[in-house]
Design a binder for this molecule. Sequence first.
Ligand code: NDP
Length: 294
Amino acid sequence: MSIPDFTLNNGVTIPAIGYGVFQTPPDETVTAVEAALHIGYRHIDTAAAYGNEREVGRAIKQSGLPRDDVFIETKIWISDFGYDATLHAFDKSVGKLGVQTLDLLILHQALPGEFDLTVGAYRALEKLYADGRVRAIGVSNFMPKHLDRLLAETEVVPAINQIEVHPYFKQPEALAADAEHGILSQAWAPIGGITFYREGPHTSTLEDPAIGEIAAAHDKTPAQVMLRWHIQQGRQVIPKSVTPSRIAENFDVFDFDLTAAQLAAIDGLNTGVRGGPEPEDVTREKYGRDIPEA
Ligand code: NDP
């Protein structure tokens, strides 16, 4: 089944839905990615820090699909920031993935306290882009002030900003900043995966009564409704699942439309409470880790 694309600010297209592999253990990754490719996903989102790039590459190879049919995205971890270190991090990632070029390479986080290193890392991405080693470059977890600083000091406007967005955390300011600069917002934890771990009244988006009601009205599941909400509002999504039935369920979101009132009802669930790390507080001291050689 062919699905719609989004067009990035450099003309490159990306499928509206991709497949995420954060927290997918390496020994489950090949099977999971193969299942996703079999179902029809053509975009895989991994990261150097996930420790499963090698298995993602193996699954793509074993699928028999032509390299150009699969959009491969990965991320540079903060421990590899700085111009030369980031160029080397690219070699590590493509070495593990077993490919020559990447479709999208992004910085996993900003380092607000060491922004020179962040800029150096991004300049390395610009160099890789200029050399044709990556088809698009971008960022992740960049808040508006981080984008402003980056844009002031670099040339290529990021194609994508991958940020936490789900019904309980919409961060409208970050979405507005992305839109203002022509950057596609890519929603991580799109069905609220990060909310599953937290205590309190907003435990799981999957069990939210308002989302459940909308799902029942369309004969769809809460996960499908959340993914549809993102796509209809122009956000690309990368749900993660290692469960074949859910991998298929999450892909089956192109045969219904939410009404304006339903979209607004989901918007109204925003709690403003972030599930992931506060981007301003990310430091190498706290989150640094060695990324092995290929
Ligand atoms: P998701 O919102 O994708 O939720 C994943 C969780 O939901 C898993 O526990 C999965 O379980 C479960 N699940 C998936 N589909 C369904 C379904 N249809 N019904 C019920 N449960 C379901 O959260 P993630 O945190 O995984 O985010 C998605 C992707 O975003 C990541 O894999 C990664 O690629 C990216 N990401 C990026 C970050 C960044 O800092 N840039 C941070 C976090 C994520 P199971 O697997 O057991 O089926």
